[in-house]
Design a protein around this ligand. Structure first.
Ligand SMILES: C[S@@+](CC[C@H](N)C(=O)[O-])C[C@H]1O[C@@H](n2cnc3c(N)ncnc32)[C@H](O)[C@@H]1O
Length: 238
């Protein structure tokens, strides 16, 4: 866990560059849209693994209030600069410093794969959500396309590649069935799992543009070719 924290502290100053170009903006915006669609608007949100606050900013822009939590003090510093009126906390997503039944909405984007105790994180999410509150987690899925990614990242670390996410972090990628099971075991109901983001920002420009055009078709008809899984659920009313 220390290693992930160190990595994100090291890349915190360049993290937003990744999502500021043509591909990055589209990719992050697309994922955020999927997550937004699963959550109540205008409520009180907790974003776990919030990074530099991109999703916190998005949620607040649509009329909600939000706080973020991240293991990296460097990323949290950027979050505070981006959204000075929101609360940002340093901590791990599987031990939450919040009271029971505090939030209407819980989000986590591109961070769940790092969490060493996913069951513990979902138990904590359930605890801090109000009855009827909703959760949406978007994380890399395990498919034929993504199964080689950890190997690529491990090799990148060996050759000293300093890029966001590149390293050997013992990440876990999830199939639809696995993540749905984790949500149900934590007590969530109305659990749904979809795949999103066929147009990945790591694709070269001409391929990316093509992927972006066919993305709605892929997500609707060939979801196994999409990179991320977006799992959502609801804490029962009582
Ligand atoms: C790829 S970034 C995603 C950041 C942000 N959610 C976004 O969409 O831009 C992954 C983030 O997860 C954070 N992270 C990794 N392990 C974590 C943990 N156990 N608890 C909380 N945050 C964690 C990292 O520090 C990093 O900021």
């Amino acid at each position: 866990m220390k290693k992930v924290q160190q990595h994100y502290d090291e890349v915190a100053d360049i993290y937003d560059d990744r999502y500021d170009g043509h591909r990055g903006k589209y990719y992050h915006g697309h994922i955020s849209e999927h997550v937004m669609n699963e959550l109540p608007k205008g409520g009180f949100l907790l974003d776990l693994g919030c990074g530099t606050g991109l999703f916190v900013q998005r949620y607040v822009a649509e009329g909600g209030r939000a706080v973020g939590l991240d293991i990296s003090p460097g990323m949290v510093r950027h979050g505070r600069q981006r959204c000075p009126d929101c609360g940002f906390f340093v901590g791990t997503a599987d031990v939450l410093p919040f009271k029971d039944a505090t939030f209407d909405a819980l989000a986590s984007l591109l961070a769940f794969s790092y969490v060493p105790d996913p069951e513990g994180m979902l138990r904590e999410c359930y605890r801090v959500l109000k009855p009827g509150g909703r959760i949406a987690v978007c994380t890399l899925s395990r498919t034929v396309l993504t199964s080689l990614v950890p190997l690529f990242y491990q090799m990148g670390e060996k050759v000293g590649l300093k890029k966001v996410g590149v390293g050997d972090f013992d990440e876990h990628y999830y199939t639809n069935t696995e993540i749905a099971g984790l949500f149900r075991d934590a007590g969530f109901e109305d659990v749904s799992v979809s795949r999103c983001s066929f147009a990945h920002l790591n694709l070269a420009d001409p391929v990316f543009d093509l992927a972006r055009k066919v993305e709605p078709f892929v997500e609707g008809n060939l979801p196994y070719l999409a990179y991320n899984v977006c799992a959502a659920g609801k804490k029962p009313e009582s």
